[in-house]
Design a binder for this molecule. Sequence first.
Ligand SMILES: Cc1cc2nc3c(=O)[nH]c(=O)nc-3n(C[C@H](O)[C@H](O)[C@H](O)COP(=O)(O)OP(=O)(O)OC[C@H]3O[C@@H](n4cnc5c(N)ncnc54)[C@H](O)[C@@H]3O)c2cc1C
Length: 446
Amino acid sequence: MSTPLVDRRGRWSNWGRSASSTPQAVVLPASEEELCSLLAAAHREGRRVKVVGGSHSFTDIAATDGTLVSLDRLQGLTAVDPVTGLVSMRGGTRVWSIADALERYGLALPNMGDVDRQSIAGALSTGTHGTGLAFTGYSGIARGFRLALADGSIVTATPQENPELFQAARVGLGAIGVILEVTLACVPSFVVRADEHPVDLSEMVPNFVDLCRSEDHVEFYWFQHANQVAAKVNTRLPGDAERTPLTRRQLLLDDELLSNGGHRALCELGRVLPSAVPSLNRFATKAMASRVYADRSDRIFVSPRRTRFREMEYAVPLADFEAVFAEVMATVNGYKDGITFPLEIRSAAADDTWLGTASGRESAYIALHRFVKEDYAPYFAAVEPILKAAGGRPHWGKLHTRTAEELRTVYPRFDDFLAVRDSVDPRGVFANAYLDRVLGAAPGRA
Ligand SMILES: Cc1cc2nc3c(=O)[nH]c(=O)nc-3n(C[C@H](O)[C@H](O)[C@H](O)COP(=O)(O)OP(=O)(O)OC[C@H]3O[C@@H](n4cnc5c(N)ncnc54)[C@H](O)[C@@H]3O)c2cc1C
């Protein structure tokens, strides 16, 4: 059974418990017509509407005091071309359902993020990404949209038809229109071999960029005060390559007990015994098992995340990674509190989206996490200036303090995006406090 969108008092909150709101109404349209008439009425009457996906953004990007809409009843594949790999699906489709649906066509998503609870439209709208220098985030593989605009009209947007609208919708922040359908460039299905092992910090940091160039997908986790990192190096293999998945026992022991339940216990212990955090973190690095296994790609890319946390993530130019990360490490190690959640480091290819965090430049991602029961704000505030000074771009769905004036300086196409937003939603039907901060108010609302 799916989780209700609002609690008994009518309050919506996100996965990370870092954003909440009380919508006036909650609607799960059963058809596109129902959604479009809802939009047309809101447009006429000057009301606000916000579509929510999996509520997995840490920012208040999906919060609204207007009408909260979920597309959970509008899911599934709508067209598949096994020859070109072009796959169309409804915007509400949950990412976790895509791999199974594509399997019968011998196709797969080329890359994925850490979790798959999002809706595909939510993932696209915030620039969700995984790791791998030859791969983009989801928006980089978007080839076309069918959008419901703020006035309830439906338009197609592709590189040929309404190209500006297409570009804006690729990482649209929920500000451009409701993604009814998206077409993605998928690839022949493949197996991934994961090699997880500890590496000395002094070896990983200077070699990270080279490693990202020589391996398919590289990421590492570094805990405050630890002198080793937990590395995960994934290699792509043909779809018929031998699969050696983790056994149920390994899954239970490594992923549930050590990574989820065990890590939660460690976070709780760190809260009551801050002086133990350095030792706990060294233990946590070692507890992240050394193991090699191979399985269908989505089963390797995605891991369960059952201990709630809050996250800030910035993309910085890949070439600057070593220097930026050294500064971040020094600040994290010198931070007054013990931090029991690791930093996660990934990379992505440059893409040609307008507001994607890797737009126009190869990027390294530096993500900080903090346990849900602890105050994330001062910790993130200690590190954010370093990432900002490095020309960093914050993930749209993860916590940050940047405003439109600042963001304009790191996105060359920022004003092009705004021009599209202002033309398709001048009255700010899709506006909320977050969009007002990061984009500025829609002209009809200012
Ligand atoms: C545990 C966890 C792990 C994560 N791992 C990663 C990761 O590995 N990589 C990464 O990049 N991010 C990651 N994220 C962040 C997450 O992927 C993004 O915040 C993503 O937007 C969440 O998708 P969602 O469906 O939950 O969207 P929501 O948070 O519900 O909404 C996000 C935005 O999308 C808009 N939206 C939703 N549906 C539509 C639609 N149909 N049309 C138009 N706009 C729409 C909303 O209005 C809102 O503006 C993680 C988050 C969590 C909580």
